[in-house]
Design a binder for this molecule. Structure first.
Ligand code: ADP
Ligand code: MG
Length: 314
């Protein structure tokens, strides 16, 4: 196969991670021979259910977790060979927040800049604090910062050395709408200025709106890596909404390529693969279980539906 001429923002080759396991518990295989390429300047989504290995991958990139085997590169900068250059090329916002309580936000960012070898004259700490909406807090005690402010500071710490690749591990988990929108704008601006962004999120509508390409990890393996629009088209999914009259309906059995999207108050939403199941077949299956349908409607599937189908039973 010919190598592409397009520069790669990030390249992961045959990456494996086995955690030893606590005490005498079994070792955990968190990444299985994972290979992945992200183009320079892309806005890339990394999705997967809990425990898929997303944070493990990100923490390996951040140098927080040691890989068992494999290669990681940014352009041609190898993590194991050009150690310092690699570190300077990447900014990682980890999932966990962890702060020194004795530093102010200004000090925290200034020290971080120093760690990355950013010259004093080139540090734009005040500008960064302002961009993060923390200008009034630059000299505040860390313990006086709210959860959202700490999260913003964590993002600042990842950006202080203006890295060419920024990786964010669930930056919007549990934050309010206002902060979420601020983060989206910031990430979009960074990306528009050429920064490669890799985003992990639980909010699939967020990934659908922001990311041009999406990789899905499941149990340490890559199960999809497509343009977002192709991913939606790849599976011919449809959603059917049913209102039924039975009371106390409990377990519903569905064919293989169908799954329950939502089920409450006698309303049932099912997503199903139109290439595999005919609508008639699905309805027959429900009728055979004694479900009395009152009303029916259908809608197009979104990324969340595709994700549910791809990560089901495997
Ligand atoms: P995700 O971020 O996709 O939820 P993680 O990378 O956090 O997934 O976890 C992947 C797997 O590795 C899970 O089974 C998790 O329990 C395990 N794991 C993560 N960190 C450790 C660790 N430090 N020691 C042992 N197992 C771990
Ligand atoms: Mg995680």
């Amino acid at each position: 196969m010919r190598t592409e001429l397009t520069e790669l923002g990030l390249e992961v080759q045959n990456l494996n991670k086995v955690y030893k396991g606590y005490d005498k518990s079994e070792p955990v295989v968190a990444l299985k021979n994972l290979s992945l390429q992200v183009k320079k300047g892309a806005f890339f989504g990394l999705l997967g259910p809990n425990g898929a290995g997303k944070s493990t991958l990100i923490n390996i990139l951040a140098g927080l977790v040691i890989k068992t085997s494999g290669k990681v590169k940014i352009r041609n900068i190898d993590q194991d060979i050009n150690v310092r250059e690699f570190k300077r090329s990447i900014g990682v916002v980890p999932q966990e927040t962890n702060f020194d309580p004795f530093l102010t936000p200004y000090e925290s960012l200034d020290i971080q800049a120093g760690l990355y070898g950013v010259k004093k004259s080139e540090r734009n700490i005040n500008q960064l604090l302002k961009r993060l909406g923390l200008e009034g807090k630059s000299n505040a005690y860390m313990r006086s910062l709210s959860g959202g402010m700490r999260r913003r500071l964590l993002i600042g710490k990842a950006l202080v050395h203006a890295p060419e690749v920024v990786i964010l591990d669930e930056p919007t988990a549990g934050v309010d709408i206002e902060l979420r929108e601020m983060l989206w704008d910031y990430m979009k601006d960074l990306n528009a200025n050429g920064t490669t962004i890799i985003l992990t999120t639980h909010y699939l509508e967020e990934a659908q709106a922001l990311c041009e390409k999406i990789a899905i990890l499941n149990k340490g393996e890559l199960i999809a890596c497509n343009d977002t629009s192709d991913l939606l088209a790849r599976v011919n999914l449809k959603v059917i909404n049913i209102k039924y009259s039975n009371l106390n309906l409990k377990k519903i059995n569905l064919p293989d390529k169908a799954s329950i999207k939502e089920h409450k108050n006698q309303k049932l939403s099912i997503s199903y693969d139109r290439n595999e199941i005919k609508t008639d077949q699905l309805l027959d299956c429900l009728r055979s279980q004694g479900i009395i349908m009152m009303d029916l409607s259908t809608e197009e599937a979104d990324l969340a539906d595709v994700f549910r189908l791809l990560t089901k039973n495997n």
